[in-house]
Write a protein that binds this ligand. Structure first.
Ligand code: ZN
Ligand code: ZN
Length: 296
């Protein structure tokens, strides 16, 4: 992981805090529940950026004697933490929206609030475009995910602002907590997505079918001399994919020759697929299952 990506992730935390501060100020000035909900949503962004920073730092660490398969799952742990924060934020917003509905009030100083929240949204929008660009350039899923989070936040802010302008125009104070309720639902939805992603990672989800197809193809092309490969298993850990399978060779083949085949396959994976770790179990032909990847 390049140091630049780490700097970008750190900057994202700081910018998230600045945006959170502006949005909190906008709520403070107006007392609007909708603006409060937007500010609370920004807490998730700060948490998400912090999680991305931690994930980049920890998961990039090489394997050590204590974590011999690497530190890739750190990403999921931070995502779980993030998911918990998201749910807390959503319920806080719902509670505020409920009390707002019981005692609806027109916002104070709506123009000031709009300007503050608008400024925060503009900063967020610019940063979001930058993050997505840099994330793609460095091929960093953590940065791209962070950028997508900020994008959701920008979209919500635009909706909140549009609704907020309507409150003094229509003179209908209930609109304010209603917008907040919608934001809460959106926040919950984001949290659900985060949880789902991290849980499938923690549960060792297999590689997607197209990746598995590519793995089978690579094995069959580069395993000349072997008879077949079977019991192929894959699992994900962060950006890493762990691959293991049995390779059946003629019983009379020397260990050195069988090892050459394994090295050839491993080399092909290094060339073709980033971030894979392969373990090959060599077997004599009596173990053949005549299924799986048959090498001709
Ligand atoms: Zn076997
Ligand atoms: Zn070896």
């Amino acid at each position: 992981m390049s140091r630049k990506a780490l700097w970008v992730a750190a900057a994202s935390v700081l910018i998230g805090m600045l945006v959170l501060g502006l949005k909190t100020l906008a709520w403070w000035v107006t007392g609007s529940v909708a603006l409060l909900s937007d500010a609370l949503e920004s807490i998730i962004n700060v948490a998400a950026s912090a999680a991305a920073l931690i994930a980049l730092n920890v998961s990039a660490r090489p394997a050590d004697s204590n974590h011999q398969y690497g530190h890739h799952k750190a990403e999921y742990l931070s995502a779980v933490l993030e998911g918990v924060l998201v749910v807390v934020a959503a319920f806080t917003i719902m509670r505020e929206a409920y009390s707002g509905l019981l005692d609806p009030q027109l916002p104070d100083q709506p123009v000031k609030g709009m300007l503050l929240n608008g400024a925060a949204t503009v900063i967020n929008a610019v940063w979001c475009v930058l993050l997505l660009r840099v994330g793609k350039a460095y091929r960093s899923p953590a940065l791209v995910a962070d950028g997508k989070h900020v994008l959701t936040d920008v979209v919500t802010s635009v909706g909140v602002l549009a609704g907020f302008i309507l409150v003094p125009v229509t003179g209908w104070p209930q609109l304010d907590p209603l917008i907040a309720g919608l934001v809460a639902l959106n926040v919950l939805w984001t949290g659900w997505g985060l949880m789902k992603e991290s849980v499938s990672g923690l549960m060792d989800e297999a590689a997607s079918p197209d990746v598995v197809a590519r793995i089978r193809e690579l094995v069959s092309i580069h395993a000349a001399g072997a008879l077949e490969a079977h019991d192929l298993r894959t699992r994900h850990a962060g950006r890493m994919t762990f691959v293991e399978f049995h390779l059946v060779v003629p019983g009379s083949m020397t260990v050195a020759a069988a090892h050459d085949i394994c090295d050839r396959i491993e080399h092909a994976f290094e060339q073709d697929m980033d971030d894979t770790v392969i373990t090959i179990h060599v077997e004599p032909e009596g173990e053949a299952k005549h299924s799986g990847v048959v090498v001709l």
